[in-house]
Write a protein that binds this ligand. Structure first.
Ligand code: GDP
Ligand code: IMO
Ligand code: MG
Length: 423
C-alpha cells in the first residue's frame, strides 16, 4: 500500500495532533518522521485533553501501531513523562509503540547547549523551545550523535561520556551564564533511558517496507510546519529538521514514489510562536481576539502565540513545496463574529506587487496586500454537518480553494475529535 502524509503548512500548531487522531481509524500504522519534543500535539476526546510531544498521535487507538521514525530526536526524560501520562490513562503502549534504532538521542548537554546558543544570540535569538533540538541535529549531521540503537551496545556510556564532555567544553566557550547541575540531570537521564529500553527498538525502514508489501495502511505524521523547515522555512528562524514532505522519505525510509495523499493542514488564520518574520501579524484588537478565542498558547512552552490573518502567498508556497493533494482547514470557529475577514493574496515587496514568497520577508521589505471577505456571526462549534455551516463560511472556504487550486475536504470547528466536518 501507499503511504499518506499529514503536514503542517504554516509555522506549526495547525492542529496536526487532532487530525491525526481523527484519521487514525483509517490506518494500521502512524509514523512520526521528524522533530522531537519541541512539538506539542493536542488531542481532545471524552472531555479530556492530551498533549503528545514525541509519541505519534495515533496512540489512543487500540488497533494502531505507532512508530517513532529515524528522523525523530528523542529526549528520554520527556519521553518517559509522556509514557507515564499514557499509563495514567490506562493506555497499553508496550504492544503498539515502536522506536527506530536510527533515531537520535537528545542528551542533557544538548539542552544546555541550546540554552547557551540562544543566550549568546541576545536579541537575535531564534526563540527555540530549548529542548535541545538544534544541537542534537547538529551532532547528527556532524556524525557525532548517539542513536537509540547504541543503547543496545556495551560501550554506549563511553560514547555518551565523550560527547557530553565535549559539549561541556563548548558550553564554556559560549561564555554565557547557564547554570546547571549535570550530575542531577544525568541521574534523571539514565533513569529515563532504562524506561526507553523497555520499549521495542526496530529497524524501522525494513519494518515499513514489509508493512507496505503486506498492504498495511500508513500515515506519516509531521511535526512543526513548512515555514519552519530547515531549507524552505524563514531561515534562520526555523527548526533544524525537514518538516516538508521530503522529510517523510528521509525520516522513515519511505521511497518518494510510494507516497500517495499529502494532507496539508492549516489554520483559518495564522499563528507563530518564537522569533522571526510574520508579514500578516496583527498587533491590534483583532489579533488579540484570535489569541483569546483560539486559546493560542504553546502546547510545549506555554508561550503566547503571535496571531494574524491568513497568508495565501505563504500557504501557496507550502502547498507547492509539499505537493499537497487535500487541504484541511482548522479553527474556523475562532473567526466567528469578525464582520470582515482579511486574506493576504499578494505582497508589496520593495514597492512591487508580487505573488510568491521572496528570499526575505522581513517587515521592512514586505507589506501584505489584503482581499476582504464578509465574515459570519454564527457559532460553529456545535455544528456537525456541512449543510449547517453558514453561507459566508462556505464562501471563505471556496475563495481559498479557488486561490490554492486544491479542495478543502475537512474543516475543524473545535478542539474535540467530534468537531470535525467533512465537505
Ligand atoms: P499541533 O502542534 O499542530 O498538533 O497543534 P497544537 O496542539 O499545538 O495546537 C492546536 C490547538 O488548537 C490545540 O489546543 C487544539 O486543541 C486546538 N484546536 C485544534 N483544532 C481546533 C479547532 O478547530 N478549533 C479550535 N477552537 N481549537 C482547535
Ligand atoms: P508543533 O509540532 C510551533 C518553533 C520555536 C522556534 C523555532 C525553533 O507543535 O507544530 P526549536 O525548539 O525547534 O529549536 O525552535 O521553531 N517551533 C514550533 N512552533 N509548533 C511547533 O511544533 C514548533 N517546534 C518548534 O518556537 O521559533
Ligand atoms: Mg503544537
Amino acid at each position: 500500500m501507499a503511504v499518506d502524509l499529514l503536514l503542517g503548512l504554516q509555522w506549526g500548531d495547525e492542529g496536526k495532533g487532532k487530525i491525526v487522531d481523527v484519521l487514525t481509524s483509517k490506518y494500521d500504522i502512524i509514523a512520526r518522521f521528524q522533530g522531537g519534543p519541541n512539538a506539542g500535539h493536542t488531542l481532545e476526546f471524552d472531555g479530556q485533553k492530551h498533549v503528545l510531544h514525541t509519541i505519534p498521535s495515533g496512540i489512543f487507538h487500540d488497533e494502531t501501531i505507532n512508530l517513532v521514525g529515524n528522523g525523530v530526536v528523542i529526549d528520554p526524560v520527556i519521553f518517559k513523562k509522556e509514557l507515564d501520562n499514557l499509563s495514567k490513562n490506562n493506555i497499553d503502549y508496550l504492544s503498539k509503540l515502536l522506536i527506530s534504532r536510527k533515531a537520535h538521542l537528545i542528551l542533557p548537554t544538548h539542552r544546555l547547549l541550546d540554552a547557551a546558543s540562544e543566550a549568546s544570540k541576545g536579541k537575535a535569538k531564534i526563540g527555540s523551545t530549548l529542548k535541545g533540538i538544534g544541537p542534537t541535529y547538529m551532532d547528527k549531521t556532524g556524525r557525532n550523535g548517539i542513536r537509540v540503537g547504541d543503547l543496545e551496545l556495551d560501550n554506549w556510556k563511553e560514547k555518551y561520556r565523550t560527547l557530553s564532555d565535549k559539549h561541556e567544553k563548548i558550553i564554556k566557550f559560549y561564555d554565557v551564564d547557564v547554570q546547571y547541575d549535570l550530575a542531577e540531570l544525568e541521574k534523571e537521564f539514565f533513569d529515563a533511558v532504562k524506561t526507553l529500553k523497555s520499549l521495542t527498538f526496530i529497524d524501522s525502514e525494513a519494518y515499513l517496507h514489509a508493512a507496505q508489501k503486506e498492504g498495511k495502511t500508513i500515515l506519516a505524521e509531521g511535526a512543526q510546519g513548512s515555514l519552519l523547515d530547515i531549507d524552505f522555512g524563514t531561515y534562520p528562524f526555523v527548526t533544524s529538521s525537514t518538516t516538508t514532505a521530503a522529510g517523510a522519505c528521509t525520516g522513515l525510509g519511505v521511497a518518494p514514489n510510494k507516497i500517495k495523499e499529502a494532507y496539508g493542514i492549516f489554520k483559518a488564520y495564522t499563528t507563530r510562536v518564537g522569533s522571526g518574520p510574520f508579514p500578516t501579524e496583527l498587533f491590534d484588537e483583532d489579533g488579540e481576539t484570535m489569541g483569546r478565542v483560539g486559546n493560542e498558547f504553546g502546547a510545549t512552552t506555554g508561550r503566547a502565540r503571535r496571531c494574524g490573518w491568513l497568508d495565501l502567498v505563504a500557504l501557496k508556497y507550502a502547498v507547492q513545496v509539499n505537493g499537497i493533494t487535500q487541504l484541511i482547514m482548522m479553527k474556523g470557529d475562532v473567526l466567528s463574529g469578525f464582520k470582515t475577514l482579511k486574506v493576504c493574496t499578494a505582497y508589496n515587496y520593495k514597492g512591487k506587487e508580487i505573488y510568491h514568497l521572496p528570499y526575505n520577508i522581513e517587515a521592512e521589505n514586505v507589506t501584505p496586500i489584503y482581499t476582504e471577505i464578509k465574515g459570519w456571526a454564527a457559532d460553529l462549534t456545535g455544528m456537525t454537518k456541512a449543510d449547517e455551516l453558514p453561507k459566508e463560511f462556505n464562501e471563505y472556504v471556496e475563495f481559498l480553494e479557488k486561490e490554492l487550486e486544491i479542495p478543502i475536504k475537512v474543516v475543524s470547528v473545535g478542539p474535540d475529535r467530534t468537531q470535525t466536518i467533512e465537505r
